[in-house]
Design a binder for this molecule. Structure first.
Ligand code: MN
Length: 241
């Protein structure tokens, strides 16, 4: 369910159909629905997916306060902007991924691309985190990390370097590239799926992701996320998908 983020790919009508069919309800039924998601109804073709955990589940590494603003204000804000921008256009009937790919690199559609990509990136980020996550993965991912980076510590150092070295706002990614894994970074709203790449994990390095908890210490936030929150099960699902 989480691996290919079907909920984010669905427009509201498709989402409600899936919900009625029971699949979305099964996937989300064990989670606390955040207030922002409940309040979002009826305002456009795209819906904000619920968080995959309660808003205090990542504390103290990421506080409920940060999640409240990040999900309830930032993510919701991108979603609201996107719904306003595509209202009454053919894009309103497309999947989120299709909107991103259709608008990538088009100067007259930058606002739509930025908001659509930020909606997608944030849903992918929430799913890249979990309570009691972090540390080394196992199984096929462990082998692929050794093959691609040498060992887990070298992967971790390269990912942390990309995340802390991204100048200004953006994202660090673990991406499948052919038969290996690579670490990449993107600026602002840019996303690997716009280039047809296959991301496995991401960490948001916009200041709003960490400033309430870590102030200017982005490196501390990145290392804490890698050690305590990274969701290797999600990465493994994406790898297998
Ligand atoms: Mn963010």
């Amino acid at each position: 369910m989480l691996a290919n983020l079907p909920e984010s790919a669905l427009n509201r009508r498709q989402f409600l159909t899936a919900l009625l069919a029971g699949s979305a309800a099964l996937a989300f039924g064990d989670f606390a629905l955040p207030r922002a998601a409940r309040a979002a109804g009826g305002s456009g073709p795209f819906a904000l997916p619920p968080l995959p955990w309660p808003d205090d589940a990542l504390s103290p590494t990421i506080s409920a306060n940060t999640i409240g603003f990040h999900y309830g204000k930032h993510h919701q804000g991108y979603l609201n902007n996107l719904n306003q921008l595509v209202a009454g256009t053919p894009l309103a009937d497309q999947s989120l991924e299709a909107v991103i790919k259709a608008t990538a690199g088009k100067a007259d559609q930058t606002a739509i691309f930025n908001n659509a990509a930020q909606v997608w990136n944030h849903t992918f980020y929430w799913n890249s985190l979990r309570p009691k996550g972090g540390g080394k993965p196992g199984g096929a991912l462990a082998e692929l990390i050794e093959k691609s980076f040498g060992d887990y510590d070298k992967f971790k150092a390269e990912f942390a370097k990309a995340a802390t070295g991204q100048f200004g706002s953006g994202w660090a990614w673990l991406v499948k590239d052919g038969d290996k894994l690579i670490v990449t970074k993107t600026g602002n709203a840019d996303t690997p799926i716009a280039q047809g790449q296959k991301p496995l994990l991401t960490v948001d390095v916009w200041e709003h992701a960490y400033y309430l908890d870590y102030q200017n210490r982005r490196a501390d936030y990145v290392v804490a996320v890698l050690d305590k929150l990274i969701n290797w099960d999600f990465a493994a699902q994406n790898l297998a998908a």
